[in-house]
Design a protein around this ligand. Structure first.
Ligand code: ADP
Ligand code: ADP
Length: 229
């Protein structure tokens, strides 16, 4: 479920300046493909196209063989869980933020998702527990805590496809390692597109694609790429 295919994808924000120049690759169902490369290479643009923030100008992106332009945005997005670099939480309770992944979830499910994301203990120590207000006008969570809430939300939503767009880039090394471990659990057996700027953070990926100036410069396993570079 959730195989993703980019077929000769071209995209530019401004016609005079092509950003993606003929990108083709596949994320087989249940596998993880990482896109790495220098800043400005077009990595985040790839993930935004898959989420249909923008439409491509030529080529095609398919999910399970279906052109995403022929899928409603709502059903496409319900199949995708996105963990961005800096999660912005709603000015509401922790429970609301986690349940946003699946509003019908009961308290026990919310708590279990928080446990898998390893934030349940921290939340339960707060005087108001899962009913604690967070965000600008509530409790200020650290970067790592916000990522854990985003992970719990994704666990509850249980989408077949996951996009991790620099999900650990803004964190310090120790927190990065912890969040990476939580993400490994969530991405297991899910079709996952990882966007990262360093090869060292995507060791577990089934394939790594090196993007440079909007083109695929290299691709292979982590070990093969390390040998070449
Ligand atoms: P990466 O994720 O590899 O750093 P991005 O996909 O964010 O690269 O950006 C690729 C290029 O597209 C950059 O030169 C960036 O400045 C440009 N770009 C990104 N978003 C926009 C936008 N909304 N409008 C115009 N240009 C953009
Ligand atoms: P980081 O440096 O990792 O971003 P912060 O400095 O934001 O972390 O927060 C450190 C710890 O203090 C976190 O556990 C966070 O939840 C807690 N914290 C931050 N702001 C507040 C606040 N206004 N009230 C209570 N706890 C807070």
């Amino acid at each position: 479920q959730g195989a993703i295919r980019f077929k000769d994808v071209h995209f530019s924000y401004d016609p005079a300046r092509p950003i993606l120049r003929g990108i083709s690759f596949e994320v087989p169902a249940g596998k993880t493909v990482a896109v790495v490369g220098p800043s400005g290479a077009g990595k985040s643009t790839l993930s935004r196209l898959l989420y249909r923030f923008y439409d491509i100008q030529s080529g095609a992106i398919t999910v399970d063989g279906q052109d995403i332009r022929h899928v409603t945005q709502k059903s496409l997005r319900s199949a995708i869980g996105m963990v961005p670099q800096d999660t912005v939480l709603f000015n509401d309770t922790v429970a609301y933020n986690i349940r946003y992944g699946r509003p019908s979830a009961g308290d026990a499910e919310v708590k279990m998702a928080a446990e898998i994301a390893q934030i349940a203990h921290f939340i339960e120590l707060l005087p108001e527990g899962f009913e604690t207000k967070v965000g600008e006008r509530g409790l200020k969570l650290s970067g790592g805590e916000k990522q854990r809430v985003a992970i719990a939300r994704t666990i509850l939503k249980a989408p077949p496809i996951l996009i991790l767009d620099e999900a650990t880039s803004a964190l310090d090394t120790t927190t990065e390692r912890e969040i990476q471990a939580a993400l490994d659990v969530v991405s297991k057996n899910r079709t996952t597109l990882v966007i990262a700027h360093r090869l060292s953070t995507v060791i577990g990926a089934d394939e790594i694609i090196v993007l440079k100036s909007g083109e695929i410069a290299e691709r292979g396993t982590h070990a093969a790429l390390l040998e070449k570079n």
